[in-house]
Design a protein around this ligand. Structure first.
Ligand code: SF4
Length: 266
């Protein structure tokens, strides 16, 4: 079966100890059953598994994450020792009847760095014609906000949109501060569209990512681009990159959050 990947896919390499927002902190790490069997003879690892997950340490750190940001498992046994989730993250695979779409998730700061810095249009390897929605978003002859309006002509109530995000389940309290910060401001739709139009290339890469990853959820690509723009306009301490990474971690990696939004916006 044929597999497609974005052209930047092969540029990704985990930056490990250089990472300021390690995925080894704050997330539950489920160990697949095949790896659990492999670990039965390695008590150094198996002792730290309970109910199929690694027992996190203080600050929700992976028990194998050293103070210097390196992984004790890799140092002792090499990269092949890793369980599926540690080896694969932040890669994703969407399986279809006749092909697989592979990609890299924006919850990882290095992926944000690669994707949002890209100037060339999103494309796949091997080459494949883009979906109609991606073609619209890549139409650089019109302002970015006009491209979004072509995807979804609705004008969203910004306060209500942010409230709907506040009502979702939360990973980091920092995200609540971003959402509350948006609530405190009286943002107009025009300001949001101006932000999009002032940042057309990273916005385009962002929305292409969503459209590729969730081809049947165009509404999600649209409300994500609006919410992220609001966050960027209202946060003084966070960059566009920070907001995208946090958004991805908070929303994309929670099925509950996506299905909650789907009930309101699909
Ligand atoms: S967030 Fe990305 S760069 Fe950072 S440790 Fe995880 S995979 Fe590596």
């Amino acid at each position: 079966m044929i597999s497609y990947r974005p052209d930047y896919y092969d540029d990704f390499k985990c930056i490990a100890d250089k990472c300021k927002n390690s995925c080894c902190i704050g997330w539950e790490i489920d160990v697949d059953s095949f790896s659990q069997e492999r670990y039965e003879e390695i008590s150094f690892i198996s002792d730290k598994i309970k109910d199929g997950s690694y027992v996190l340490c203080e600050g929700d750190r992976c028990p194998f994450l050293r103070a210097d940001g390196l992984c004790e498992q890799i140092i002792r046994y090499g990269g092949d020792i890793l369980c599926d989730i540690c080896r694969e993250h932040p890669r994703f695979y969407n399986e279809y009847e006749d092909h697989t779409d592979m990609g890299l998730g924006l919850c990882c700061e290095e992926v944000c760095n690669i994707v949002l810095h890209k100037e060339d249009k999103f494309r796949l390897i091997p080459e494949r014609e883009m979906s109609g929605e991606i073609k619209i978003i890549q139409d650089r002859s019109i302002p970015f906000s006009a491209r979004i309006r072509k995807l979804d002509g609705r004008t969203f109530d910004l306060k209500q949109l942010v409230q709907d995000y506040i009502d979702l389940e939360r990973l980091y309290p920092e995200w609540t501060e971003i959402l509350n910060g948006i609530m405190e401001q009286d943002l107009s739709y025009g300001e949001v569209e101006r932000f999009m139009d002032d940042n057309p290339v990273p916005m385009e890469q962002l929305v292409c990512y969503f459209l590729y990853r969730y081809p049947d959820k165009v509404w999600f690509s649209v409300i994500s681009s609006i919410l992220i723009s609001c966050g960027c306009l209202c946060s003084k301490s966070k960059t566009f990159f920070d907001i995208v990474r946090m958004y991805s971690s908070e929303i994309e990696y929670s099925d509950l959050n996506i299905s909650q939004l789907e009930k309101i916006y699909a």
